[in-house]
Design a protein around this ligand. Sequence first.
Ligand SMILES: [Fe+2]
Length: 276
Amino acid sequence: MSLEVDVLKPAIGAKVRLDRSAIGDSAVSQELLMLLERHTVLVFPRIGLTDPQQLALTDALGERVNIAARVPGRGGADAVYQVTLNKGAKIEPEYVLGTFFWHMDGLTVDVPPPKATVLSARRLAPKGGQTEFASTKAAYAALPPEEKRELEGVRVYHTVTASVREFCPPEGLDDARRAMGREHPLVWTRRDGTKSLIIGSTADRVIGMSQAEGRALLSRLLEWTAQPAFTYRHCWEEGDCVIWDNTSALHRVIPYAADSGRMMHRTALAGVESAA
Ligand SMILES: [Fe+2]
C-alpha cells in the first residue's frame, strides 16, 4: 500500500490523498504513522470526516486520549472536542483565545502530552482562522551543537495561567485551571533518538533560572522555531483534516471573530513521556 503524498515544505508538511474507505486498514495506518514522523504535519484535503470517521481514524493510529476530560471537573467532556467561539456551544473562551498563540496541546494536564492531534474543519471563518505550524524538531536539529549541549537536562514548568497571560489575568481563570501545571524537559527525546523542543505559550518558567534568564531563553527559542523555513500555514477548506505530531510542532490560529461561526472538531492520540 502506498499513499499519494505531496511534500509541502522540506522541513514540515505533506498533503496525503486518503480514501475514507481505507480508514482502519492496518497497512494504511502504519504508513500514516511513518509519514507523520517524517513530515510532522499531514493534510487530508476535503476528506470530509464525520465524527465517527474521525474517531475511527484516530483509533486506527493508536490509543486515543481526551485531553479536555483531563481538566479537573470536566471528566464528562465529549469524545470529540469542539474548538469554536460560537455562543451556545460548550466553549471555554479563555482556552480558545489561547489558541491564537504558539502552543502545543496537553502540556498542563496529568497525562503525557498527546502524540498527535487530529483536527477537522467543519465550518470556516470568513476572515482569519488559518492554522500555522512550526517544527520544533527541525528547529532543534538546526541549532549549533554548543547550544544543544546547553539545553541538555533543562526543565520547564508549563501552566494554564502562562498560556493566557497576554489577555487574561490569573483571576480570570476558574480555580481548577489556575492550579494546572506540569514540568517537562525542554528537549523532548523519542525512543528512536530524534529530539524536538517543548516550548510555547504554556511555558511559564525554566527550573533553576531567574525569571528574566528563563523567559529570555524561551522567547529566543520560540523566535528561532518560528522562522519561515520551519513553518507551514494551512489555509483550511471545509472538510479538510490535519494531523500533526504534537511534540514536534507548535501551532496557532490566525485570529477570527467570535461570531464567525468557525467550528473545528478535535481528537488526539495518547503520547508517552520523553525518553530522556
Ligand atoms: Fe491547540
